[in-house]
Design a protein around this ligand. Structure first.
Ligand code: ZN
Length: 340
């Protein structure tokens, strides 16, 4: 359906995005916006697999952190999906320890002479995970208990990641990440625009669906539920009636498989996805349309607040420090093309 609407096929886009080029563009953006330097370790590396890379992060001449990137899928030995983990946190209280993070992805490995290429989804995912890694590695907090991602409130852990994830949706930046594996040409400008336009495809439906899940989760975990004769499914149907333009299908049993809120650690916390998206969109919207110099200034501000302060202060305070005000919920609606 979306292929017909937008006139391109996701898989064919891969040819424009060799992984090396995407990483180069991503690290170039980070260096420019946040004032650090990222250098790949050359030569032998003692890591858990030969495909793993290691990068050193410098600020001026000072080494401040390390980052492993484990990019490729290894069916049978590596979990699916993508994630960021702390290998060790910054600690200058009990020892002198710089932070080291790892970003794991599951991209297709190179085959023969053909380089590894990335889909747009994989690019956005990589930016997301590296956003987490920046909060972990660019911390200025010396106490391991609240440096980096430690002690960051549950509903704020996705702000840094979702903030960085916005950048590949900029047509100019996206073209900068591209270099066709055969022709060496960048992604054509009109195709870049179509790729980016897809983000607003059915954005309203996706938004109300997330609200339905979030509100159902909160109501299920609220005191007093269930009253006699009520059931979780009936509750979800009532929420759907209030939030969706059409009622849930009578056979809809999504709730039975909604493991996030039963076994996935998101009980009464599923709302945090939309909440941190709201905050990250608000932060990102300041970058949209800003000049290169303004973006650098904004980037340094993000670096000194969102990325630097970790869980040493309440997330709401860090946000106000960065933005100079409380969150504005209309930013996400603008970003998703739901209001002008
Ligand atoms: Zn995340």
């Amino acid at each position: 359906m979306s292929q017909e609407t937008f006139g391109y096929d996701e898989e064919s886009l891969r040819q424009y995005f060799p992984m090396e080029r995407v990483l180069e563009g991503l690290f170039g953006l980070i260096e420019d916006l946040f004032g650090v330097r990222i250098e790949r370790q050359k030569g032998a590396l003692h890591a858990w697999h030969k495909d793993v890379r290691f990068y050193r992060i410098f600020e001026g001449e000072a080494l401040i952190a390390g980052l492993y990137v484990d990019p490729y899928a290894r069916p049978g030995t590596k979990n699916g999906g993508a994630w960021m983990n702390e290998i060790r946190g910054r600690d200058f209280e009990t020892r002198e320890q710089l932070p080291i993070a790892v970003v794991c992805c599951n991209q297709k490995p190179p085959r023969g002479k053909a380089p590894a290429t990335m889909s747009f989804y994989e690019i956005a995912t990589l930016f997301h995970e590296v956003g987490h890694a920046l909060q972990e590695t660019l911390t200025r907090v010396d106490s391991a208990t609240c440096a980096g991602i430690s002690n960051v409130e549950w509903d704020a852990v996705e702000i840094a990641s979702q903030f960085l994830e916005q950048f590949p949706y900029e047509p100019t930046l996206l073209r900068g990440l591209s270099c066709h594996v055969e022709t060496g040409k960048p992604l054509p400008a009109d195709l870049a625009k179509r790729v980016v336009a897809k983000r607003t495809y059915r954005a309203g439906s996706a938004l109300v669906r997330q609200l339905l899940f979030a509100e159902t989760d909160l109501a299920l975990h609220a005191k007093g539920f269930p009253r006699k004769g009520d059931t979780p499914l009936a509750l979800m149907r009532r929420q759907a009636k209030r939030l969706l333009p059409t009622a849930l299908h009578e056979d809809d049993r999504f709730l039975n498989a909604f493991t996030h809120i039963f076994a996935g650690g998101y009980a009464a916390g599923y709302y945090s996805y939309k909440w941190s998206e709201t905050l990250s969109a608000d932060i990102y919207m300041r970058f949209r349309g800003a000049t290169a110099a303004q973006r650098r200034k904004l980037g340094r501000r993000v670096r000194e607040t969102l990325f630097a302060l970790g869980g040493s202060r309440p997330a709401a305070e860090v946000f106000r420090d960065l933005m100079g005000r409380d969150p504005d919920a209309t930013a996400i609606l603008k970003l998703e093309g739901l209001v002008e």
